[in-house]
Design a protein around this ligand. Structure first.
Ligand SMILES: [Zn+2]
Length: 404
């Protein structure tokens, strides 16, 4: 077999495209493959699909392709413009690359696979390309795939904000709990952010009215935004956020008390962690402290009991349990705990809703930690747009329609 035939088969070229020749340079560590078409070949119009259009003129173009072993490989071809009787003069679409890209489709597939599991800067180093070119590829596929994404079946959504870049920028992640997948990364963390979601849902065939359940923390902005823009949604307050509020009360009690009881210093995590997660030494310290008739120990008991709330067998049992807990907490004479109990009381319905909806933000927390890890590895993204693209890439379950 001649090398041009081998390359033609390996590239999967179909007529009229042929391999006209190749040059391999050990010194330059590269393989250059020249593609061409026989004189008189006919092409399809890229706009209307009309077949048998004659070439009008050509333009030389180059694409980076998958490496040939350790050597960079490039495709070169004169790409014809056709004269279509309906559309006029149009440049044809070549089967190995998309219009406007300097990479072949297979090279882009490789880059996309690599970018979904390592920082873009690292991919750029490995492929010896400038990272701005790779970001451009990523944005192209994310935008195209997101434009096609169908959100018509979305009914249960969790959302939460996350820090976008160092400083004060926030984005909110909206997750389809039944995907689970990220539906939208929207700027901001206010009520208008929920409006953006509602509009985006409509753009993807969904309906704000079809959203029956949302899971959020107790952010007033999100509560307000949900009422205004997701009119049929029942709110479930995320259980981890509810527990966190009670946890923070324990810590406030401890910090106030440690001024008189120095033994409490550096014991923060002992009170915050679940006992099952404590080391032997920490457990010993805990049992030593709980015998001292401390306010912190009382607050700790109230918090442990609050966690049992989520183990109640039914919503009725849970409501009765919560009422008793509320009475105890508000009579504890521990100011931060009283405040926490009042916060819980103000969000009573959404906290109890969990027994019906059984939804929590755990998926979101998982996605968020992926995002934060990616951010840390990439030492921050140069733009929020880049961060959004990465979130869609790793958690959007998008169909990029790349060749396998
Ligand atoms: Zn045409």
């Amino acid at each position: 077999m001649r090398e041009t035939e081998l390359l033609q088969m390996a590239l999967g070229l179909l007529p009229p495209w042929i391999v006209a020749g190749s040059e391999f340079s050990i010194a330059a560590k590269r393989l250059d493959i020249h593609l061409d078409f026989p004189k008189g070949s006919r092409f399809s119009c890229p706009d209307c699909g009309a077949a048998d259009c004659p070439a009008y003129d050509t333009e030389m173009m180059t694409w980076r392709h998958l490496n040939f072993f350790q050597h960079e490989a490039y495709l070169h071809a004169r790409v014809p413009r056709v004269s279509c009787s309906a559309c006029g003069i149009k440049r044809v679409t070549v089967p190995w690359a998309r219009d406007g890209s300097g990479f072949s489709l297979l090279f882009e597939t490789l880059a996309m696979m690599m970018m979904s599991s390592m920082p873009v800067a690292a991919v750029a180093r490995l492929l010896e390309e400038h990272d701005t070119k790779l970001w451009r590829v990523l944005h192209h596929y994310v935008e195209e795939a997101r434009a096609r994404a169908d959100h018509s079946s979305v009914t249960r959504v969790a959302f939460d904000e996350t820090a976008a870049r160092r400083g004060h920028d926030y984005v909110s992640l909206f997750v389809d709990l039944d995907g689970p997948k990220v539906l939208l990364v929207a700027d901001g963390k206010d009520a208008a952010t929920v409006e953006k979601f509602s509009a985006d849902l409509a753009e993807h065939g969904g309906l704000a009215e079809n959203v029956t359940d949302v899971c959020i923390d107790m952010s007033p902005a999100f509560i307000k935004g949900t009422a205004a823009h997701l009119p049929n949604a029942n709110i479930t307050f995320d259980k981890f956020h509810a527990v966190k509020i009670v946890n923070e009360a324990v810590d406030l009690v401890r910090r106030a008390e440690q001024k008189d009881r120095p033994k409490l210093k550096k014991t923060r995590y002992i009170w915050l962690k679940n006992q099952a997660n404590l080391s032997g030494a920490q457990l010993g310290a805990l049992s030593g402290l709980t015998g001292l008739n401390l306010k912190t120990a009382r607050a700790y008991q109230i918090r442990l009991t609050f966690q049992d709330f989520y183990a109640q067998p039914s919503q009725e049992a849970a409501e009765a349990f919560l009422k008793k807990w509320y009475f105890w907490a508000t009579h504890s004479r521990l100011e931060p705990m009283i405040e926490a109990a009042k916060t819980i009381k103000r969000h009573w319905d959404g906290i109890l809703r969990w027994f019906d909806s059984n939804i929590a933000n755990g998926i979101l927390e998982g996605i968020n930690s992926l995002v934060q890890a990616a951010k840390a590895k990439a030492r921050g993204y140069r733009s929020t747009r880049n961060l959004k693209a990465i979130v869609y890439l790793i958690a959007g379950k998008l169909d990029f329609r790349l060749p396998a």
